[in-house]
Design a protein around this ligand. Structure first.
Ligand code: GSH
Length: 218
């Protein structure tokens, strides 16, 4: 059987690629990474053949093609149940799906005002007022999860889909020096020191290309 393939783009800038990659690694899937440059017209053409949405991440595994991060998460939760990508309890599982869905479909202001760039550091970044309610809502989600399930991950003792979904928010909070109190600062520390995140970040820092004009959701 051919090895699974995960198509992604920049490790420095692409938050959805990061989420998809974390999910595949958390699931214990053996896969090859295929990195494409979505600004290259030839590679974009190739991506159109691979991923009908012309977006990454996109996974092929065992005769299945699945794109869109939440669909990839559900596919992996179904095919790799032992990995615990979703919490075991029914109530927690529904909660995990709800906060993951909220990240997937929302927080547009945060995503465009604070684009992911693992190479960047901004010490006195002024957060545009439209993005502040997103930051507050995310803090509330994290606080409720940590209080309910006891941390250090959002749903308790091990990472779930929700942690993969919010991991790029932790990097954004770090990049733009968003102030956090305990236990939220501790949660970000858990994410940023996660060996999978460190592996991804090392690759991101080694990437040659810089998108200077990057000020769009990516
Ligand atoms: N809803 C999609 C979003 C994926 C997405 O926006 N991917 C970006 C990279 S982070 C992309 O492929 N952009 C291609 C482009 O803008 O040309 C998902 O959940 O996977």
């Amino acid at each position: 059987m051919a090895k699974a393939t995960l198509t992604i783009s920049s490790k420095n800038y692409s938050s959805w690629s990061l989420r998809g990659w974390l999910l595949c690694r958390m699931a214990g899937l053996e896969f090859e990474e295929k990195r494409i440059d979505i600004d290259d017209p030839g590679q974009r053409q190739e991506l159109l053949l691979l991923s009908p949405s012309v977006l990454v991440p996109r996974l092929t595994d065992d005769g299945v093609t699945v794109w869109d991060t939440l669909a990839i998460a559900e596919y992996l939760a179904e095919t790799k149940p032992a990995a615990g990508l979703l919490p075991a309890g029914r109530v927690a599982r529904a909660h995990c799906r709800a906060v993951s869905g909220e990240m997937h479909s929302g927080f547009h202001n945060l995503r465009s005002a604070l684009p992911m760039s693992l190479k960047a550091r901004h010490q006195s970044f002024k957060i545009f007022s439209g993005a502040r309610p997103d930051v507050e809502r995310i803090k509330t989600i994290w606080s409720e999860c940590l209080a309910t399930y006891g941390g250090p991950w959002l749903f308790g003792a091990s990472p779930t889909v929700a942690d993969a979904m919010y991991a790029p928010v932790c990097t954004r909070f770090h990049t733009y020096a968003v102030e956090l109190e305990a236990p939220l600062a501790g949660y970000c520390e858990t994410i940023l020191t996660w060996p999978l995140m460190q592996e991804w970040t090392q690759d991101a820092l080694a990437e040659p290309e810089d998108i200077i004009e990057l000020d769009v959701e990516f």
